[in-house]
Design a protein around this ligand. Sequence first.
Ligand SMILES: CC(=O)CC(=O)SCCNC(=O)CCNC(=O)[C@H](O)C(C)(C)COP(=O)(O)OP(=O)(O)OC[C@H]1O[C@@H](n2cnc3c(N)ncnc32)[C@H](O)[C@@H]1OP(=O)(O)O
Length: 424
Amino acid sequence: MAEIRKVAIVGGNRIPFARSNGPYANASNQDMLTAALDGLVSRFGLQGERLGEVAAGAVLKHSADFNLTRECVLGSKLAPETPAYDIQQACGTGLQAIAQVANKIALGQIDSAIAGGVDTTSDAPLEVNDDLRRILIALNNAKSVGQRLKLLTGLRPGQLVPKIPRNAEPRTGLSMGEHAAITAEQWEIAREAQDELAAASHQKLAAAYNRGFFDDLVTPFQGLTRDQNLRPDSTAEKLAKLKPVFGGSDGTMTAGNSTPLSDGASVVLLASEEWAAQRKLPVLAYLVFHETAAVDYVHGGEGLLMAPAYAVPRMLARAGLSLQDFDFYEIHEAFASQVLATLKAWEDPAFAKEKLGLDEPLGSIDRAKLNVNGSSLAAGHPFAATGGRIVATLAKLLHEKGSGRGLISICAAGGQGVTAILEK
Ligand SMILES: CC(=O)CC(=O)SCCNC(=O)CCNC(=O)[C@H](O)C(C)(C)COP(=O)(O)OP(=O)(O)OC[C@H]1O[C@@H](n2cnc3c(N)ncnc32)[C@H](O)[C@@H]1OP(=O)(O)O
C-alpha cells in the first residue's frame, strides 16, 4: 500500500468573473478555461511541462465539448501529453475536481495536477426539442428523397422551439433561488442580515483588490481586470431598497443578496512537496481533508442547498476538530440567506440532535473570520469556477498568515455539498 503523501497547493489563477451577457458574451468555455490555464502556466513557468493530469468541468456545457478539459489542455501551453478529463458536480465541480486530483497525488499515482472549472451563462447550450431531434436523426438516416420529404412535411412549427436551459432543479421545477427562499423562511433569516452580509462581501472584495491580494491570482481577460459584479460602494442601506426576486412579494431575497448569473474560469496547481521543491515552487497550503454530502430535497427532507451543513460535521469528526478550530471560513455565498441558514443550523440544538445525531450543536463561528476577502455575492459565481477561486484565495490567506487552518463549504445544485480543510 502506497504511503499517503501531503498535497501541496502551489497557487491558483482565474480570469476576472463577468456578469452574464457582459464582456465575455462571445467567449466560450474553452476560451475562458484555456485563458485561466495559460495564466497559471505562465506564472509558474510550466510551458511544455507534462503534468500528472488536469481535471475540470462546466455545469453548462455544449455537447461538442465532450471532453472540454482535454480540448483546453491541447489549446494551452502545457505539453499535449498531459491527460485531462471533465468532472461535474454542479457548483461543487471545481472543489470536487481539486479533491480528485489531490487523492491521486496523496496516493503517489501522480506528482502534479491542475484542477478547476469554468462556466458561461451567456453561451448556454440550447437544444432542439425532442421531436425535432428525432426527425433530424431520421432525416440523416433516410434512404430516399421520398422518405426525407415525408419527414419534412410532418414538421410542425411548435417542434422548432428550442429547449432553453433553466436555472431550475429538474425534479422540483423550482429555481435555486426559489429553493433557497423556502430555506430562508424555514430558518427565519432576516432581510437585514442578508443585506449586511452582501454589502460586507463587496467591501471586503474591494479592499482585497486594493491591497493587491489578487495580483498573483487573477489574470486580466478581454478588457476586465477585476470582477465586473463588484460594487465597492455597496451598503446594507442601499441594498435594503431592492425588491424581492425570490419567495414572493414578502420575500427577503433580492438581486443584491443573491449571486448574479456569471461567466468565468479558475484553476489551481497542486503537487507533491517533492515536485514543488524540485521546481523551486512555493507551497501556499496543504489540502488535508475533503468531504461530500447529499440531502433529500425532493421529498422535503432538507433544503436544496443545506448539504454542507451535513458534510462539515462529518469532516470535522474525521479530522478530530471542532467548528471553532479555524482561522478562516470560506462559505460560498450562493445566496446570503443560504450562508446564514447554514450557520444557524450549526448553532441549533434541535438540528444537531435530530439531523446530525449529535448531543451538542457545532456552535457559532467568529464572524470576523468569515469570507475575509469577500465571496460569490461580490465576485460573481460562474458555477464550476467558484471552487478554484475559493481554494486559491484561502491557500494564499493561509500563506500570508504563515500558519493556521481554513474551512471551505460549497453548496451545490442537486442537494449536494462539497467541503474541505486547508492547513498551512
Ligand atoms: C449552482 C449550484 O450548484 C449552487 C448554487 O450556487 S445556487 C446559486 C446559483 N445561482 C443562481 O441561482 C443565480 C441567481 N441569480 C439570478 O437569477 C439573477 O441574478 C437575479 C434574478 C437574482 C437578478 O437578476 P437581474 O434582475 O437581472 O439583476 P440585476 O439587473 O443585475 O439587478 C437588479 C437591480 O438590483 C440592483 N443591484 C444589484 N446588486 C446591487 C448592489 N450590490 N447594490 C445596489 N444595487 C444592486 C441593480 O442595479 C438593478 O437595479 P436596476 O433595476 O435599478 O437597474
